[in-house]
Design a protein around this ligand. Structure first.
Ligand SMILES: [Zn+2]
Length: 417
């Protein structure tokens, strides 16, 4: 059964905010392979290269032949739900606060059994199912049993909804609503049922096509925000910081320059000021407020989204200074993620390839449309991934980067993409 969202009750201001509890998060180093795959939306299990046996739980040596040659391979998650039950008094505090909680045991095709959370749309056992690896609020992999054929979101089940950052009925700040990506993001959030969208606007005297039309959205409120100005960020955080459930940083400065194509460092400084220092200013002013409200359940702070670039993984010399600023922002976002993770606030990074906007005009297709980027962002919020690589170019770069970062660097140096 798919349960619709209900508007949460307003928080009683006299009741103190709860301390956040998180699902148990201690994992062995080898088990982090499961989490690393889940962070990109994949379900991987170890497979023995010598005898082919699939392994679960993750381990150091093969369960049948004791070989050390275990590799992580994608599993389609299909299997049979053998049994399921509902826990009324779970042992862990996190689940006890949210009981009753449905769990079950699945025999995966490949012959291993897993115990997993069960989506409430799954029929009673026995039945065919699909297991997905999702990130829980502690940022660790958790296995969830989904119906085999129906494509459902985690957020369709009110208990599993906490694993997601579904924007429905949420209050969201989009830091720059003027860019093409910013406008697409605002529209996608409105369509996804956001309750309130604050749209940041720097340099209000500059007119941008399409921006004024955003005012017609009933959820939209335009607020002054210039991420290059510490006072502007501080003032907005003082005004709305305690209400923001999801912060989406779309502020981006992109000038197409390599090292030798322009004298001086002013352009590069501007890129750093928006892409790196802008993120730092936002993090310093907004992150404490988000952390403080992380335990408020349906009215709490849940996510922080950064629109980075696939150029953050490896420098693309034609966009050399921009790549460097995005790499800096990527690095900082990892520190932000570590900081917010303890409270259960998820940091989602998006790594698009060239976007179909004014600064990538000279790039050859394929290019990612701002609408496709926004759709990928909404899907990430409704699911549980934390790193998103939307579009063919980003997927291709990621595959090459994972295969051999040095080979990718060489290829890009020769002008390849
Ligand atoms: Zn083996």
């Amino acid at each position: 059964m798919v349960e619709p969202f209900k508007r949460p009750k307003r928080k009683n201001p006299i009741v103190p905010t709860r301390q956040p509890t998180l699902p148990p998060s201690v994992r062995s180093r080898v088990a982090l392979g499961l989490t690393a795959a889940a962070a990109r939306g994949r379900f991987k299990l170890q497979v023995c290269e010598d005898c082919g046996a699939v392994q679960y739980p993750p381990r150091e040596v093969c369960r049948t032949c004791l070989s050390h040659r275990l590799v992580w391979r994608t599993h389609d998650g299909r299997g049979e739900l053998l049994t399921d039950t509902v826990l009324h008094i779970p042992q862990e505090l996190f689940f006890r606060e949210r009981s009753p909680w449905r769990i079950g045991m699945v025999r995966l095709d490949g012959g291993v059994n897993v115990v997993a959370h069960v989506h409430n749309a799954v029929d009673p056992a026995p039945c065919r199912v699909r297991v997905e690896a999702s990130l829980d609020r502690a940022g660790e992999a958790a296995l969830v049993v989904m119906p085999e054929k129906r494509r459902l979101y985690l957020s369709d089940d009110p208990r599993l909804r906490e694993m997601t950052c579904d924007p429905r009925l949420r209050k969201i700040l989009v830091t720059d609503g003027k860019s093409a990506v910013g406008q697409a993001t605002v529209r996608a959030l409105a369509a996804a049922g956001a309750d309130l969208i604050w749209i940041g606007r720097a340099e209000p005297w500059k007119k941008v096509a399409g921006f004024e039309a955003l005012r017609e959205l009933p959820q939209a409120t335009i607020v002054p925000l210039d991420v290059t100005d510490g006072r502007s960020v501080r003032e907005l955080a003082g005004e709305i910081g305690g209400k923001v459930d999801i912060l989406i940083n779309t502020a981006d400065c992109h000038r197409t320059f390599g090292i030798g194509t322009r004298r001086g460092v002013e352009t590069a400084q501007l890129e750093m000021d928006v892409n790196y220092f802008g993120l730092l200013r936002l993090a310093q002013e907004f992150a404490p407020a988000l952390k403080a409200r992380a335990a408020d359940g349906p009215t709490g702070a849940i996510a922080w989204v950064n629109v980075l670039s696939i150029f953050a993984l490896a420098n693309y010399p034609a966009h050399g200074t921009y790549s460097a600023s995005k790499a800096a922002a990527y690095s900082l976002s990892q520190a932000l993620r570590a900081d917010l993770q303890h409270a259960g606030v998820r940091v989602i990074n998006i790594f698009p390839g060239p976007i179909d906007d004014e600064w990538d005009q000279l790039e050859l297709p394929p290019k990612l449309s701002p609408n496709a980027l926004a759709a990928a962002m909404i899907a990430a919020l409704k699911g549980s991934v934390e790193d998103v690589y939307p579009g063919d170019v980003a997927q291709d770069w990621l595959a090459r980067h994972l295969d051999d970062p040095k080979a990718l660097e060489r290829e890009l140096a020769q002008g390849g993409r």
